[in-house]
Design a protein around this ligand. Sequence first.
Ligand SMILES: NC(=O)c1ccc[n+]([C@@H]2O[C@H](COP(=O)([O-])OP(=O)(O)OC[C@H]3O[C@@H](n4cnc5c(N)ncnc54)[C@H](OP(=O)(O)O)[C@@H]3O)[C@@H](O)[C@H]2O)c1
Length: 316
Amino acid sequence: MTIDNQFGKNGWTPANIDSQSGKTYVITGANTGAGFQATRILLSKGASVVMLNRNPEKSQTAISDLKNEFGEDAKVRYVVMDLADLSSVRNGASELLASTPQIDALICNGAIAQIAKQTLTVDGFESQLGVNHYGHFLLCGLLFDRIDASKGRIVVVSSEGHKIGLRTMQFDDMNWDKNYHPNKVYSQSKLAQMMFAYELQNKVRESGKDVSVYVCHPGASNTSLIRDSANFATRATWSIMVKLGLAQSAEKGAYPEVMCATQANLKERAYYGPTGLMNFGGPVGECKLESFVLEDTVLKRLWEVSEQATSHSWNV
Ligand SMILES: NC(=O)c1ccc[n+]([C@@H]2O[C@H](COP(=O)([O-])OP(=O)(O)OC[C@H]3O[C@@H](n4cnc5c(N)ncnc54)[C@H](OP(=O)(O)O)[C@@H]3O)[C@@H](O)[C@H]2O)c1
């Protein structure tokens, strides 16, 4: 199915962004990859950016690179947050709330992918589900009132990989103790992030809150996402894709998340990203949203399971 691109044949690019002076964006996992590039684009338009990163040294290097490019006055800082540790998410969120009166958008970008062997987070979750979904679920819940007061947005960065697994949640074994598979588990974690977003849209609509929620994917982008974590076969396949020119730059991979954070007149019940061959690259616009992602009983059950797992009841 082809969907008309509202931004014309070249799709959305940062040329569509007006001045972002006075706006504040918060991005997880922004020291490298698409998150770093999203930070660059937003700074280039005059925004303030707070990076939520797990590694202070990498954060300082990223900030120094950004200040070299945009000047010492560039409004960029970081707060330490490890999405694999819910107490770190709570501490980081408190620090952020104390220092950040306005959040125009929270971009849930940070992730790990295709972890070769089952690994558990500090709180005992399978690591991809723990970092990508539960960490962000709690973070969004803790920042929700501030985003609401700012009439802000939540942007979920998913992956075309959400289509390659079970296409639902494995509720009877969320950690995949019995049948661990690196790609299927990554797929479940990115699907969980999307289901969270669409259920949050339902709840926001019912409660009359002032938060918009958008979902996107970055296509295939040449970042370090699987460089150290994936098994040999996955890394070899990826390096062939890069050599064949099938992976676009990390900067282009950042376009969909920046678009969802800044662009007016987007649809919420939608899925944005590159629309070229296999959605790997190409013009950024609206992609097909598959019906299994909106399966209502699964959305509702996942929300309950996630509130229990993170011990956080949402105020929505
Ligand atoms: N690249 C692709 O082709 C592709 C395809 C589909 C979807 N995506 C999605 O695009 C987004 C960006 O990924 P990327 O490709 O830019 O990968 P990346 O270069 O590896 O960047 C991922 C970021 O997430 C951070 N992160 C990892 N674990 C974390 C944790 N426990 N707590 C806090 N931060 C953590 C990383 O920090 P460290 O530097 O400390 O590790 C890094 O800053 C992800 O949501 C990914 O799923 C990417």
